[in-house]
Design a protein around this ligand. Structure first.
Ligand code: 8YV
Length: 316
């Protein structure tokens, strides 16, 4: 009998799910009307042995409890802050994620956002389209990147890949994370110190309780009126209300944000700001990264149900 799996999130193309259906009985939650979901939990959930979910949808303890036969949760994403690891591991449920395969594309987006916000690309694009160039409206020059300091908050795989790119623009790199990391001479003593030393603070750190709202009003003040925040990590890492207040009052110079506290809700105050660049959580949204992430999720499920070790388990 094919193992039954429940599929959450909207990142699964129909063709990929059709192929998966050859090997698994798939319950695609996003395709079900509310009444069908209720019937599924009454009738089928007890047979479900695997869950496919995304880094942002995740799975909490309450949902996991509705699957008494659950053996594996395969997460499409590197971040597992939306997954209740403690509850799942306590039940000996294997959790896998998709590290490495998205690093380069996420780092590309971080560098792109940093360039876009510093050279004010979205604002200039609006300027041209609105005919302001024809009107000869004055433009103020941007600041160059060469010689500026990029402070990387979270110097793991993605943080280091971001640093590699920014060095090519002549930027100096510093970082902060709790552990020493690979280049101790570049490590600041605290996040606050990093912000004070940096022109750009680039958040690449995992989300979760340890980093929740760690970029707070004091850190943003340390970054200062000439400083810029770039966030490609998790919205939870930044105190969003403090960020809006700092941008509004000019205590922070600019921000480029791919992630938000309550996605897909983006504070409307940010929509109006010319010194802010906004993208809808698209760090890994390339054809290549998504295909590899998907295959890795599927391969983790295949390995598990073949009685083999999974390829990329999340450490317990
Ligand atoms: C995805 C992510 O947007 O990897 C992560 O942690 O946030 C992103 O790659 C998300 O997980 C989509 O599945």
């Amino acid at each position: 009998m094919k193992p039954a799996i429940a599929v959450y999130g909207n990142v699964w193309p129909d063709e990929a799910l059709s192929a998966l259906e050859a090997e698994f009985t798939c319950y695609v939650m996003g395709r079900m009307a509310p009444a069908e979901v209720a019937a599924f939990f009454e009738r089928d959930a007890a047979q479900v042995r695997g869950v496919l979910t995304t880094g942002t949808v995740g799975i909490d303890a309450a949902l996991a409890a509705r699957f008494p036969a659950l053996e594996i949760v395969a997460v499409h994403g590197v971040g597992v802050d939306a997954v209740d690891l403690e509850a799942l591991h306590a039940r000996d449920i294997v959790v896998t994620n998709t590290p490495d395969v998205l690093t380069e594309d996420v780092a590309d987006l971080a560098a792109t956002l940093l360039l876009a916000v510093s050279r004010r690309i979205p604002m200039l694009d609006r300027y041209v389209r609105a005919g302001h160039w024809l009107e000869k409206r004055p433009l103020r020059p941007a600041r160059s990147l060469r010689g500026k300091v990029a402070g990387i908050y979270g110097y793991g795989r993605i943080g280091q890949a971001v640093a590699e790119r920014l060095r090519a623009f002549g930027m100096a790199i510093r970082y902060y994370q709790r552990s020493t990391g690979p280049e101790p001479a570049l490590r600041s003593d605290s996040l606050m110190a990093l912000a004070a030393e940096s022109d750009f603070l680039v958040a690449c750190t995992p989300g979760g309780a340890a980093t929740e709202r760690s970029v707070d009003a004091a850190v943003l003040d340390a970054l200062g009126p000439e400083g810029t925040l770039v966030n490609i990590a998790r919205g939870s890492v930044v105190d969003e209300a403090a960020l809006v207040a700092a941008l509004r009052s000019g205590r922070l110079g600019a921000a480029a944000l791919d992630v938000f506290e309550d996605e897909p809700i983006v504070p409307p105050a940010l929509w109006e700001m010319d010194n802010v660049v906004l993208t809808p959580h698209v760090g890994s949204l390339t054809v290549e990264a998504r295909q590899t992430m998907r295959e890795l999720c599927f391969d983790n499920l295949r390995a598990h149900f073949a009685g083999k070790p999974t390829l990329t388990p999340v450490a317990r």
